[in-house]
Design a protein around this ligand. Structure first.
Ligand code: NAP
Ligand code: G4F
Length: 354
C-alpha cells in the first residue's frame, strides 16, 4: 500500500502532538498545519522532537484564512485531514467570542470547503466536544443527547458539528465528528484546570508557591487520558462509513476530587471548609493551600459531564486504558520532575496562567 498522507491542524497542541506521533508510528507522511504566530508561544513546544523526522513536515496555514487551507490541500493532496485546531479555552471564548466563533466554528467549515473543492476523496475528522452538551438535558450523554451549549466555545463547536454532518450528507464527504469528553496529559496547556492543579501541587510541595487560587470546585468532569483518545480519531477515519461518536470514560469526578488526588500525590492531605467563593482547603499542618477566587468562576457553568461511549466501544473497539487516578498521578509526577529540574538549574519553573 502506498504511504498515506495526513494533515493535522492544531499540530502544536496537546492532541495534535499525540496524533502526529500515532500517525508517524503507523507509517503516514504527516503535515502539521501551523499558524505563523504560534512559533514560540510561551515556550510551549510539544513537537520539537518530531522536527527532523523525514515523514513529519510543518506547513503554514491559519484556520482564519480560507486561501491558506486551500493551499495546504492543493500542496499536500492528503488522504486524511484531522481538524484539531481551535481556540480551545472556554473562559477565553467569553473574552473573544467572535474570534472563537471564527476559528473554532468557521474554521471547520473552511477546511470542509477546501476539501470539497480540491480533494473530495480526503477523509475528514472534526474535533467535537462534550461542551456541546453544556447544560445537560440527560445523563449520561450519548450521540442522541440534544445539545445545549453554555459558552461561545460550545456554540462554535455545535456549529462545527452540524456543518460537518451537513457536508457529509450534502456532498457525500467522508466526514466524522468525535464528541470527545475532557482528556488531559502532561502536555495539557497550563490554563486548563487539571494541569493548573498538578503544576500548583508540584510548586507548593517544592516550597516555591504558598497556595493556589481556583474557581468552581464543585464542577464535575469525565476526564480521560489524551494519549488513549487520539487513537479513536484515527479509527473514525478508517471506518467504511463516516459517523459521529462520543468518546468518554463513563466516570465523573469533581474538581475537588481531582485536587485531593493531586495534592495527596504531592504529599499534602487536604481538609476542606466553607462553600462557593468562600471555599478553602488546608493541609495536614494547617497551612491554607487552596482558596477560591471569583475571577476563576465563569459567567455560565457546565456543572456535570459524563459520557456514554457504548457506540464507540461497539463499532471502534474503544476501551479507555488509563484511569483517573493513574492520569492525575502521571501529571503530578511529570510536574514534580519539571519543577525539580528547573530549580536544580537555577531557572524559574513554569507557573499556572489564568
Ligand atoms: P490545544 O492544546 O489548545 O491546541 C489547540 C491547537 O489549535 C494549537 O495547536 C493551536 O496552535 C491551534 N490553533 C489555534 N488557533 C489556530 C488558528 N487560527 N489556525 C490554526 N491553528 C490554530 O487543544 P487540545 O486540547 O489539543 O484540543 C484539540 C482539539 O480538540 C481542539 O479543537 C479542542 O477544542 C478539541 N477538544 C479538546 C478536548 C480536551 O479535553 N483536550 C475535548 C474536546 C474537544 P498555536 O500553537 O498556534 O496556539
Ligand atoms: O479544565 P477546564 O478549563 O476545561 P473545560 O472548560 O471543561 O474545557 C475543556 O474540555 C472541553 C471538553 O468538555 C474541551 F472542549 C475544551 O476545549 C477544554 O479542553 O475546566 C474544567 C472545569 C470547569 O467547570 C471550570 O469551571 O474546571 C472548573 N475550574 C475551576 N477552577 C477551573 C478553575 N477551570 C480552569 N481552567 N481554571 C480554574 O482555576
Amino acid at each position: 500500500m502506498a504511504q498515506r498522507t495526513a494533515v493535522v491542524t492544531g499540530a502544536t497542541g496537546q492532541d495534535g502532538s499525540y496524533l502526529s506521533e500515532l500517525l508517524l508510528d503507523k507509517g503516514y507522511d504527516v503535515h502539521g498545519m501551523v499558524r505563523r504566530t504560534s512559533q514560540a508561544a510561551l515556550g510551549r513546544n510539544l513537537i520539537s522532537h518530531l522536527i527532523g523526522n523525514p515523514n513529519f513536515h510543518i506547513i503554514s496555514g491559519d484556520l482564519a484564512d480560507q486561501g491558506s487551507i486551500e493551499n495546504v490541500i492543493k500542496e499536500v493532496e492528503p488522504d486524511e485531514f484531522y481538524n484539531l485546531g481551535a481556540q480551545s479555552f472556554v473562559p477565553e471564548s467569553w473574552r473573544s467570542p467572535t474570534h472563537t466563533s471564527d476559528i473554532t466554528g468557521l474554521g471547520a467549515l473552511r477546511c470542509l470547503e477546501a476539501i470539497r473543492i480540491h480533494r473530495p476523496e480526503c477523509k475528514f475528522y472534526q474535533a467535537g466536544s462534550s461542551e456541546q452538551f453544556g447544560k445537560v438535558v440527560e445523563t449520561p450523554q450519548d450521540e442522541n443527547t440534544p445539545f445545549y451549549p453554555r459558552s461561545p466555545y460550545g456554540c462554535a463547536k455545535v456549529f462545527a458539528h452540524y456543518i460537518t454532518k451537513n457536508y457529509r450528507e450534502s456532498y457525500d464527504l467522508h466526514a466524522s465528528t468525535g464528541i470527545l469528553f475532557n482528556h488531559e496529559s502532561p502536555r495539557r496547556g497550563i490554563e486548563f484546570v487539571t494541569r493548573k492543579v498538578t503544576l500548583s501541587a508540584a510548586r507548593i510541595s517544592s516550597g516555591i508557591q504558598a497556595s493556589m487560587e481556583i474557581g468552581n470546585v464543585e464542577a464535575k468532569r469525565d476526564w480521560g487520558y489524551a494519549g488513549d483518545y487520539v487513537e479513536m480519531m484515527w479509527k473514525m477515519t478508517q471506518r467504511e462509513t463516516p459517523d459521529d461518536y462520543v468518546i468518554s470514560t463513563g466516570e465523573t469526578y469533581s474538581v475537588k476530587d481531582m485536587i485531593d488526588l493531586a495534592f495527596g500525590r504531592a504529599g499534602m492531605e487536604l481538609t476542606w471548609s466553607g462553600e462557593g467563593i468562600g471555599t478553602i482547603a488546608t493541609d495536614q499542618d494547617g497551612n491554607v493551600r487552596v482558596k477560591t477566587n471569583p475571577r476563576f468562576f465563569r459567567p455560565a457553568e457546565v456543572d456535570i459531564l459524563v459520557g456514554n461511549s457504548e457506540k464507540a466501544s461497539r463499532e471502534l473497539g474503544w476501551t479507555p486504558k488509563t484511569d483517573f487516578k493513574e492520569l492525575i498521578f502521571m501529571m503530578v509526577d511529570n510536574d514534580m520532575e519539571i519543577v525539580r529540574t528547573a530549580i536544580k538549574h537555577g531557572v524559574n519553573p513554569p507557573a499556572p496562567l489564568h
